[in-house]
Write a protein that binds this ligand. Structure first.
Ligand code: SF4
Length: 264
């Protein structure tokens, strides 16, 4: 039985050990105890995205913690990193993610610059990366911050706008063609594509063909093909069998030459 996970209750969390990232320290720049996201993915391990409370960013309103600005975050991150160094914790990467979409943070560029300096001091061999839904990446400040990182793991779950809107349910003024154009412009990205079955299904052959065309046009360094391993927001979503994930990855590589790795 898959279990939903709780929101992160600290700025630095982990290390989380995964086949995808190794030993990764997560950085949550978003409010503690509140999911703040520009998508509302049917498979989200944190449940559905609530409407942003009007007071978000101001202390105490609606029970939501305010967003911490970059100097306060970097001070907390520095203290935590020093503690991991004292404990001799192995860290392969530091990943901006947390309780939603990290590119929604207003000081992302300052945060990335400070985070890389802390990495240089504490874990010089670790990469600094981000997990992102890409919907904010066209904004110049966000694009610059993303380009400064060592690794960009960008979500692409649909091969067409309808599937993207059904599965990721992007919020606000999200634009499919703009997303694709931005993913093409970003340097050296890894795409993460979640496949699901059940109440939504993006594993049908016609959809996979469209997805391969779009991925081929974006030309990522590689693609991570995966399925749920936590309880999804929509309880009728189910895990895709490993054999189907492997077929999808093999089709992508044979038709485009792009490396695809499967994680189930
Ligand atoms: S982008 Fe990530 S945090 Fe946001 S709803 Fe989707 S899976 Fe959840």
């Amino acid at each position: 039985m898959l279990r939903q996970i709780s929101l992160q209750d600290s700025v630095v969390y982990g290390p989380v050990k995964s086949r995808r990232l190794g030993s990764s320290l997560g950085i949550n720049p978003l409010p503690l105890g509140y999911k703040l996201c520009s998508s509302n993915c049917v498979y989200c391990q944190y449940g559905w995205t609530p409407a942003a409370p009007p007071g978000l960013g101001r202390a105490g309103e609606h029970g939501a913690e305010p967003i911490k600005r970059a100097p306060e975050l970097l001070a907390a991150i520095g203290e935590s990193f020093e503690e991991f160094v004292r404990l001799g914790t192995a860290v392969d990467c530091v990943t901006l993610a947390g309780n939603g979409e990290p590119t929604l943070h207003p000081d992302l560029e300052e945060l990335v610059i400070g985070l890389k300096a802390l990495r240089d001091r504490c874990f010089p061999h670790a990469k600094v990366g981000i997990l992102s839904d890409g919907t904010q990446a066209h904004r110049p400040k966000v694009f610059r911050a993303l380009a400064l990182l060592d690794a960009r793991y960008m979500k692409l779950d649909g091969g067409d706008e309808e599937t993207w809107r059904l599965i990721d349910k992007p919020l606000g003024e999200a634009d499919w063609l703009r997303l694709l154009a931005t993913l093409k412009r970003l340097p050296g990205i890894v795409l993460q594509s979640m496949f699901v079955q059940g109440s939504y299904d993006n594993t049908r052959e016609d959809h996979v063909s469209r997805w391969i065309e779009v991925v081929s046009d974006i030309k990522p360094l590689s693609v991570q093909v995966y399925t749920i391993d936590r309880a999804p927001a929509d309880a009728d979503i189910v895990k895709v069998p490993l054999a189907r994930l492997e077929q999808i990855a093999a089709s992508l590589t044979s038709r485009t030459g792009i490396l695809a790795e499967v994680y189930d």
